[in-house]
Design a protein around this ligand. Sequence first.
Ligand code: OGA
Ligand code: MN
Length: 325
Amino acid sequence: MKVTPIADKVFGAVVSELKLGELSDAHFAELNTALLKYGFLVFPKQFLSDEENVSFAERFGDLEFAASPMSNKPKNEDGSYADVSAIDTQLMRTNVGNEAWHTDSTYKPLSSKCAMLSAVIVPDEGGETELADLRAAYVALDQETKYRISQLSAYHSAQFSQANDLGDFPPQDETSIYHGEAYLRPMVKIHPETGVKNLFVARHAFGIPGLSREESRALLTSLRDFVVSDESRVYTHKWQAGDTLLWDNRALLHRARPYDYSLPRVLTGTRVAGDPESELAYYPTDPEAQAGREALAAELAILRVEAKDRMFGATTATQGRYSAR
Ligand code: OGA
Ligand code: MN
């Protein structure tokens, strides 16, 4: 197996001369070490089956979901793909939301450890996936900012990010990711496996306790902009069918890039849950949850007015199912 660091970037590596479908324990240990060091790994030409996708991901821990279409074509029960979804379905609204920088599942009690995408059908133009290094960004912050944020936390909610980024207000439903809870997470994270500090903010984050709404928004936006302001901290993956991409959600941001939404873009996604010792905020039944719920309700009430000029005009999708993600 060959691990080649990505040229001109502070993170990322391409792994070749290895079949993920036939991975020995020794090679898995090497890959795990490489993932912690580089933050993300690209595996070209793997063409993993759903079973291979799942059994590889399970080596990292419990799965949030396994070999699910991260796609504009929902999967039918017989495994075939349905037609490309219309832009005003909740599925597409959620997909377009992925085009803003984020880490996965910070809006759940337990946020994600790492995640994988494998390309099945990709458009010729656009539809790339980008990653950004929150570790290098933290190192590059000035001392004053490091000190200012050292004790700060932010709430995380996918209802907030959909409303704030797109003016999308999915129906609140406790069985979906639009569940009405908001989870408080420190803005500086100490990586549970490497001990290295990184920033931990992105589109789902809002409402820093102790700051005014304006101060909180300004700080979160400036930190996000700072992370992606240096090209060496941002990598763009131009997909080829068969590629698999694996990233550490505890230390990196990622986003999808736009494409012609009438064309198919089918990626298979598998997401590994975080270790409760390091990635658990609290559960909805815990007393701390009340403050998050209230902060989210207050924020959404403001955004219902403020987000009328954003892509979906502060509306709810007219069609389509909720996303389980
Ligand atoms: C995800 C995600 C980005 C993409 O799968 O979590 O954000 O490029 N995907 O589809
Ligand atoms: Mn994502």
